[in-house]
Design a protein around this ligand. Structure first.
Ligand code: ZN
Length: 285
């Protein structure tokens, strides 16, 4: 029982790490134990620590080593299964122009970094943030103050491109007939682009309206290539090459610019005001 908790033990994970340190006799390795307390479920870690303590033939100074070895691969031998804790995604603030980080060149992400809890957590947070930003369809890592070559695009962009040639009213009727969920109530998934590189870009350009979550309530006409082919990695480190057209091609080019510290206001020929009922003009990326 702890009568007076230490001041630095401010969370459940800190308390767990402190208990594990004591149980294994490795009080100086607090940071290491805190790291695993954040990754695994408390009940699994306490169960493992109990088993380590119960092992009579284990010298006391080997408890810590045995504990970590078990976590790394001796799960079977001990008969304990460890589940990885799933991070709860959170909405993070989107920074606005003229914040300096928006003007920096973002850095490449290695495969090891891609699979790390830190980058996986960042991607989850970016998805959650975009989900809670109804007018947003694209978000680059520098916009949430993380200067990495990562951006995400909502699959809503594909739907916008499908509807573009038809009228929204017609499409709404069609969705009703097919019992498809109303557009505004749909849950979109997100494409993740890591270390994107342009493989092909069309000479033919097209002018279109654009807005940006980091430049709120401003819209401008920007000339972009009609088609673009990009090679990138997804959040599992899988290499993908894909071509984009229409609004999706515009979004990809806008996001690529973010990774180079470029904003659409640098390129816009003419600023415009948002028009109601224009799905593209309403969107910010
Ligand atoms: Zn933007």
């Amino acid at each position: 029982m702890r009568l007076e908790p230490d001041k630095h033990l401010h969370s459940k994970e800190h308390l767990l790490a402190d208990d594990l340190c004591r149980m294994t006799g490795e009080t100086k390795k607090f940071a290491a134990y805190l790291g695993i307390a954040k990754l695994y479920y408390e009940s699994d870690l306490r169960g493992l620590a109990r088993r380590v303590l119960e092992k009579q033939d284990l010298p006391p100074d080997a408890r810590g080593k045995y504990f970590f070895a078990a976590l790394r691969g001796l799960e079977k031998k001990l008969g304990v299964k460890f589940k990885r804790k799933r991070k709860v995604p959170k909405v993070v603030p989107i920074i606005k122009e003229p914040e300096e980080i928006l003007r920096k060149k973002a850095k490449e992400v290695s495969l090891k970094e891609t699979l790390s809890p830190k980058i996986q957590g960042l991607i989850l947070d970016m998805k959650e943030t975009l989900k809670k930003t109804p007018n947003g369809v694209g978000l680059a890592a520098p916009q949430v103050e993380e200067s990495w070559r990562i951006f995400i695009v909502s699959e809503e962009v594909e739907e916008i491109d499908k509807v573009k040639n038809q009228r929204w009213e017609e499409k709404r009727e069609e969705w009703k007939r097919n019992n498809t969920k109303p557009y505004e109530e749909r849950e979109w998934r997100y494409y993740v682009f890591i270390n994107p590189a342009v493989k092909k870009i069309s000479k033919k350009k097209t002018e279109g309206p654009e807005g940006c979550l980091s430049v709120p309530e401003k819209f401008g006409l920007v000339r972009r290539a009609e088609k673009i082919t990009v090679q990138y990695f997804d959040e599992n480190g899988k290499k993908i090459t894909r071509g984009f057209t229409k609004f999706f091609a515009r979004v990809v080019q806008h996001e690529l610019d973010h990774l180079s510290g470029i904003l659409f206001i640098d390129k816009a020929k003419k600023m415009i005001t948002s028009q109601p009922n224009d799905k593209i003009v309403e969107k910010e990326i």
